[in-house]
Design a protein around this ligand. Structure first.
Ligand code: SF4
Length: 366
């Protein structure tokens, strides 16, 4: 908790939901220090209305209401959609009137995963992503990140897993993201195991080094690779012009040397673009010395984006090619299609990844 990045992440709009017990105690320093822990316990159980915190003295509850309003929660759900497969998508309104989306995925085993956003919009410009069209509005605070989890929990039951795979690039909002991860993992709170938290990035080497060296929670790392051809990747993902593949590869090796954890390489398979045998060989070459699993995600076609769904044959051929080279492959098919559960699709169009799920213009529907 004394980590520098946690101190750096404090902002005026921090909110209370991403504060640790000792920090809450400092906010109400006239009270015995255990009051901070009581507040934290209420938040961790999903209670944010001060009036419902019955073990707090009435005078303290009144003073908290005077200071922060009826609730410590800085955001509220204004729209929700549920798909036949159980996928739940929320549109959440923030304190300044902006919106963010979060998704809850339920897999075949009933496992619930919260797909969390870290920014409003995104500056990374991936050409296969609807969020990119929004540009970056602003970073989310750690509270706004954490509250997405609580909103999903209230509506659909508490998720067991978290993926930072929603709107935005989490490593471009590293301090708030790191604080939220610490809160999710904190043993006196939600206590979500590090191996159940995955951060998905478009591949920012400095951020990956930060995860390796500074983050106290050894979360899982997923990288949206999409192509192991440097020129093609630059065309698909402009971040690659600033952090080309050799630099990304070096950062991943560094991460692996320190964390000793398997990395997921996400590969959105775009029909006729990155699904050839040559593309497979480049991927195998890139991954040759990484302990990794390749997650192949066939492109989900969306209006307005110039890509095609790969055929079943080409998807299978690509996966087999990677497997025959000795790499582990998983195939992922999107859930939540019925509610446009892909990035940028709630308004009915678009698709993306690494941020396969939420995001965008639901606010236009309100
Ligand atoms: S795929 Fe992710 S990093 Fe790329 S533009 Fe979309 S939200 Fe940003």
């Amino acid at each position: 908790m004394s980590k520098t990045y946690l101190m750096k992440s404090r902002t005026d709009h921090q909110g209370l939901s991403a504060l640790f017990p000792n920090e809450l105690s400092e906010l109400i320093s006239q009270e015995p220090s255990f009051r901070g822990r009581q507040l934290f316990t209420w938040f961790s159980s999903g209670t944010f209305k001060f009036d419902e915190m019955k073990n707090l003295p009435a005078a303290l509850r009144r003073s908290l209401i005077d200071r922060y309003g009826e609730t410590a929660c800085t955001s509220k759900v204004v729209k929700q959609q549920t798909d036949a497969d159980g996928t739940v998508k929320l549109l959440i309104k923030l304190h300044d009137g902006l919106f963010v989306e979060s998704v809850l995925l339920i897999d075949e085993e009933g496992r619930k995963t919260a797909c969390i956003s870290s920014q409003i919009g995104c500056a990374m410009g991936c050409t296969f992503c609807r969020t990119a069209e929004l540009g970056l509005e602003r970073n989310l605070t750690a509270s706004e990140i954490v509250e997405q989890f609580y909103h999903l929990s209230e509506i659909a039951g508490q998720p067991s897993h978290i993926v930072f795979m929603g709107m935005g690039e989490p490593l471009a909002n590293i301090y708030e993201t790191a604080r939220s991860i610490e809160i999710f993992h904190f043993s006196e709170g939600l206590n979500i195991s590090a191996r159940r938290i995955t951060l998905s990035t478009c591949g920012i080497p400095d951020g990956i080094r930060f995860l390796a060296e500074s983050l106290s929670v050894p979360i899982r790392l997923a990288v949206s690779l999409t192509s192991a051809d440097n020129d093609l990747r630059t065309r698909l993902m402009p971040i690659n012009s600033r952090a080309p593949l050799p630099e990304l590869h070096e950062a991943l090796l560094h991460y692996q040397n320190i964390r000793k954890k398997r990395i997921t390489l996400e590969y959105v398979l775009l029909g006729g673009v990155n699904d050839s045998d040559a593309a497979c060989r480049q991927l195998v070459q890139f991954a040759r010395d990484l302990e990794c699993v390749v997650n192949v995600i066939p492109w989900n076609p969306g209006a307005g984006l110039p890509y095609n769904e790969p055929s079943k044959n080409s998807t299978e051929r690509f996966c087999s090619c990677v497997e025959h080279a000795g790499l582990r492959v998983t195939r992922r098919y999107r859930r939540g299609r019925g509610i446009s559960g892909a990035c940028g699709q709630l308004a009915g169009t678009g698709s993306s990844l690494h941020h396969i799920h939420p995001v965008t213009k639901l606010n236009e529907q309100i």
